[in-house]
Design a binder for this molecule. Structure first.
Ligand SMILES: Cc1cc2nc3c(=O)[nH]c(=O)nc-3n(C[C@H](O)[C@H](O)[C@H](O)COP(=O)(O)OP(=O)(O)OC[C@H]3O[C@@H](n4cnc5c(N)ncnc54)[C@H](O)[C@@H]3O)c2cc1C
Length: 368
């Protein structure tokens, strides 16, 4: 007796996923970058994303648009003009005084209405406090996918966005696709992408879009703006020189050696995660996957082993100098200069040597 034919094996993983985009999403075209501005200041991550957006748009053969949401007036106009200097072909502008301060409700409405009307295929935002809050709300309102904290953005062979991010505690990288929904949304942390070159006085189209909301419609009210005095003032992510310490320094007192060297170099100081967990250093100084990403010209790491979660935050540094007693420490796999020695002894000697050789003027120049 003949056996019934076995069903053909089904492809696994992504190959099994239905890649055909529903008809109503096929009109979604172009790459958008949300330009994050607060109180007249554009977060530099927006320009970093313009660089990535330009590359994706060129590969797809589509336009790159900046999305500028804010109050009416000069600051918003300046952000639009600046977006052209960083490669935008056009800018969508939602300008309304209701949008003076960021509120999730009003900004989500502005951005989702804009998306539903003008239909971008890719929407990128900075993974800042504001960007994360807005991206999550917009993605859930639009019922689309959002890949957070991406480290790489590429266009796949089928023109879909391949958004790569660390997973399993940073030990693996996974690439995530939003196959059946649009727009494909992604956030990227500051300094993960390099800053594109700024081109003076280019031109671009401006498309204004009404907010369709009045103050009375918004539940959250801004009563006053009180700057946080305890707010971290560190400029770690954008510093040119960074000195950092890890568990090898053995005590919070020894961590002062890092701060002293940083002080003499006019540098910012940072640390590995265990020092934050121990309460030796504040969280805004943590470098790595769950801390800040840095891209300094010079990074000095003292007593840091170089675990993958730390490495991903420093890989973009021009010159990495590692001080470690263990010649087999993983940090020596990616450091440019390896100093196999006791950091507790070397750091004061370095501080003294730089103090003697660097004039205050030189220090200011290094820091500027
Ligand atoms: C989900 C997740 C997220 C994480 N995120 C981060 C992150 O954002 N940033 C981060 O840093 N880590 C992060 N980690 C932790 C990371 O895995 C490592 O545990 C951590 O980076 C190790 O810190 P360390 O190098 O200071 O300590 P250790 O690994 O203990 O290394 C200390 C080093 O100091 C050296 N040493 C000892 N004495 C001296 C001395 N006298 N002079 C010079 N060298 C000396 C030792 O040889 C050793 O290499 C994360 C982990 C997880 C699971």
């Amino acid at each position: 007796m003949s056996q019934p034919a076995k069903p053909a094996p089904q492809p696994a993983g992504r190959a099994a996923a239905k890649k055909e985009l529903p008809e109503h999403f096929k009109a979604y075209k172009h790459v958008w970058v949300f330009i994050e501005q607060e109180r007249g200041h554009v977060h530099p991550v927006s320009w970093e994303l313009m660089g990535s957006g330009r590359r994706l748009a060129d590969k797809l053969g589509v336009e790159l648009a900046a999305v500028v949401i804010g109050p009416t007036g000069d600051a918003t106009k300046a952000a639009v003009a600046e977006s052209f200097c960083y490669g935008a072909d056009l800018a969508y502008v939602v300008a309304d005084d209701v949008l003076t301060d960021y509120r999730n409700e009003s900004y989500t409405k502005a951005l989702t209405d804009l998306v539903n009307t003008h239909k971008p295929e890719i929407l990128l935002l900075g993974a800042t406090t504001l960007g994360r809050d807005l991206a999550g709300a917009v993605a859930t309102t639009l019922l689309t996918g959002l890949t957070a904290d991406c480290t790489e953005l590429e266009v796949d062979a089928d023109n879909s966005l391949a958004a790569t991010r660390p997973t399993f505690g940073g030990s693996l990288l996974c690439t995530i696709y939003t196959l059946n929904f649009r727009p494909q949304m992604a956030t990227v942390r500051p300094r993960v992408m390099s800053m594109p070159e700024r081109v003076e006085k280019p031109v671009g189209r401006v498309i204004e879009f009404p907010l369709g909301l009045v103050e009375a419609d918004i539940v959250t009210k801004i009563l006053a703006f009180v700057p946080d005095r305890d707010k971290a003032t560190s400029n770690l992510a954008y510093a040119d020189v960074v000195v950092a310490g890890g568990l090898g320094l053995a005590s919070p007192e020894n961590f002062q050696l890092v701060r002293q060297l940083a002080g003499v170099l006019g540098a910012e100081y940072g640390c590995s995660r265990p020092l934050v967990q121990k309460g030796w250093v504040s969280a805004d100084r943590q470098i790595g996957q769950t801390g800040k990403t840095i891209r300094p010209k010079l990074y000095i790491a003292a007593g840091i082993s170089g675990a993958i979660q730390h490495r991903v935050g420093v890989d973009g540094s021009d010159l990495i100098v590692a001080i470690n007693t263990d010649k087999n420490a993983p940090i020596f796999d990616f450091a440019h200069l390896a100093l196999v020695t006791d950091a507790i002894r070397l750091l004061p000697a370095l501080t003294e040597a730089f103090r003697k050789r660097l004039s205050p003027h030189t220090r200011d120049r290094i820091a500027s």
